[in-house]
Design a protein around this ligand. Structure first.
Ligand SMILES: [Fe+2]
Length: 182
């Protein structure tokens, strides 16, 4: 399975969105592999991480986000589970879709979806496998929005930002950041 071939079924090379998606996905892949080096005792699957990190945001084109050139209809928060649906439909092993579904925020709990009335299916979307956790964490260190390109993202800043959304997100992220020594 070649991640770029799948991406290019849905994104046209030369478009702003393609460029933003590829650049972000490459940065997240690199960061994920760096984090994986700190977790050798858990034996993370590096080949899987490389492909899944490239595909984690494949669902963004279903959503509306003018800043990065997404022209779909769904709210941006839906890009994770819609990406899962797409990869499942492409016949990929379910682990790939789960990385998409579980990478937004620091994962989203069913309770969080319910209490905040989020436009998401009512199920837990929190990273479980080591590969899911690594990609979710790595993703928080780079923003796709060109406005934030020059901004250096720190672990403390991420925890602060997640805390503004939900203290549970901040707590989960803090635990992982400590485990991953970042
Ligand atoms: Fe991402």
């Amino acid at each position: 399975m070649d991640a770029l071939t799948i991406i290019e079924k849905f994104y046209s090379p030369g478009t702003k969105l393609y460029q933003i998606l590829i650049e972000h996905s490459l940065i997240v892949t690199q960061k994920s592999l760096e984090i994986a080096q700190t977790q050798k005792h858990l034996n993370p699957d590096l080949e899987f991480i490389q492909k899944a990190a490239m595909l984690h945001d494949i669902g963004i084109f279903f959503t509306r986000s003018d800043a990065i050139g997404c022209r779909g209809d769904a709210p941006y928060i839906c890009h994770g589970y819609l990406g899962r649906k797409l990869l499942d439909e492409q016949g990929l092993p379910p682990e790939y879709g789960l990385v998409c579904e579980r990478h937004t925020g620091a994962g989203i709990t069913k309770e969080n979806i319910r209490s905040n009335n989020l436009p998401l299916p009512q199920r837990d979307m929190v990273p479980i496998s080591i590969e899911e956790k690594i990609i979710c964490v790595a993703d928080k260190y780079h923003s796709k929005n060109p406005k934030n390109a020059a901004k250096k993202t720190t672990t403390l800043q991420i925890i602060e930002d997640l805390g503004k959304i939900d203290q549970d997100h901040a707590k989960r992220f803090s635990i992982w950041a400590e485990e991953f020594k970042i």
